[in-house]
Design a protein around this ligand. Sequence first.
Ligand code: NI
Length: 188
Amino acid sequence: MVRPIVYWPDPILDKPTDPVTEFGDALTTLLEDMLESMHAEEGVGIAANQVGVKRRLAWVCPEDGPPFEIINPEILEKSEPIELEEGCLSVPDEREKVRRFRKVKVRYQDRTGASHELVAEGRVAHVLQHEIDHLYGTVFVRHLSVLKRGLIRKRMLKLKAYRAEHDEDCVDPSHDHGSKAHNHTHER
Ligand code: NI
């Protein structure tokens, strides 16, 4: 089931998520919903708090190969910094350069609870850093100057107000409007 994306600014995006401690059917359902929601918005990654769930899990899409889930991820090592342009499903239509690291080593669990270590570069490294940031309460706009962030915040508040008024799909997902409201007819 596609779940609506939470738009920044929103408190759930600005706070660290809680670690996943139970690996079972509920987790699998959440993962499937997150994947559907990510595909519906043509994203290359998604974190649980972006669909309103305060849990430490996310999806990452490599350029060549299927998406994979990261649960309770942490960055163990970083290489030299690099500036990369990025956007976010929670901050639609905004793209900015952000300081990231060229290469990262991460540890995470999969849905069975098995632990993995991965050394990544390229897009996977970039998406990993963006999603892990999300899970610790950092939306990419936090890396921008106060001035830039303020301008984006203004545009987002306007967008949120507009959507709340014109598109039931995009109101605060903590309000339950029933499945009928989640048919996502809008396009970007
Ligand atoms: Ni994002």
